[in-house]
Design a protein around this ligand. Structure first.
Ligand code: GTP
Ligand code: MG
Length: 198
């Protein structure tokens, strides 16, 4: 898919204030610092569309970006970041939960995990929440530039096995990306393009 336009639309913490357009929407979620905002920038070829940082906890709002005037990419705060206060984490969790339970336009959620790490408890819990609520999701292994291909293959298998051990009957499709090397871009955009047609 060719990206012709990518525009910031609105940021908020209130699902009621999210754009009303009933166009397809795709959300990026995962632990803080996993590379959600960087991946959005890589996909749309704009370095500064979504704000990124070396420090976890950068994205704190629901951010809507309109792509090609046809669909939305949504950047969300990370989950599982211990350094923010408990009360703030609860606020994040409440509006993220509300977003996922109420956003009818959401076609697919991409759960991002760092290629280097095994699935953490928070990842498995979050995927369980999506599964229990019938919210479709796919997985993205980020920061693949930090590992050799053989190590990525090994970690993919470990991840799949952990999901199966956690009770999943099947494992969703897993994309592998690097925002630094700009890899995995076409595959992900083509997948979104196919979903947009449905
Ligand atoms: P929060 O908004 O805090 O939840 O983080 P995030 O998931 O949006 O992560 P962000 O995109 O801000 O990236 C976090 C850090 O990881 C930054 O220092 C990025 O430069 C770095 N990073 C992101 N993607 C990649 C990647 O593909 N490869 C490498 N090597 N670093 C990456
Ligand atoms: Mg972010």
């Amino acid at each position: 898919m060719k990206i012709k336009t990518a525009e910031f639309v609105v940021s908020n913490t209130d699902i009621k204030k999210c754009p009303k357009d009933s166009i397809p929407e795709y959300a990026f979620i995962g632990r803080s610092n996993v590379g959600k905002s960087s991946l959005i920038n890589m996909l749309v070829n704009k370095n500064k569309l979504a704000k990124t940082s070396g420090k976890p906890g950068k994205t704190q709002l629901i951010n809507h970006f309109k792509i090609n005037n046809e669909w939305f990419l949504v950047d969300l705060p990370g989950y599982g970041y211990a350094q923010v206060s408990k009360s703030k984490r609860q606020v994040f969790q409440d509006f993220i939960t509300s977003y996922f339970l109420n956003r009818n336009q959401l076609v697919c959620t991409f759960v991002l995990v760092d290629s280097r790490h095994e699935p953490q408890k928070v990842d498995l819990e979050f995927m369980r929440f999506l599964g229990e609520n019938g919210i479709p999701f796919m997985l993205i292994f980020t920061k693949s530039d930090k590992l050799k291909p053989a190590a990525i293959t090994k970690n993919l298998q470990i991840f799949k096995n952990k999901m199966l051990a956690a009770g999943w009957e099947a494992v969703p499709r897993i994309f592998t990306t690097s925002a630094t090397h700009k890899s995995g871009r076409e595959e992900l955009l083509n997948y979104i393009q196919e979903l947009n047609k449905i």
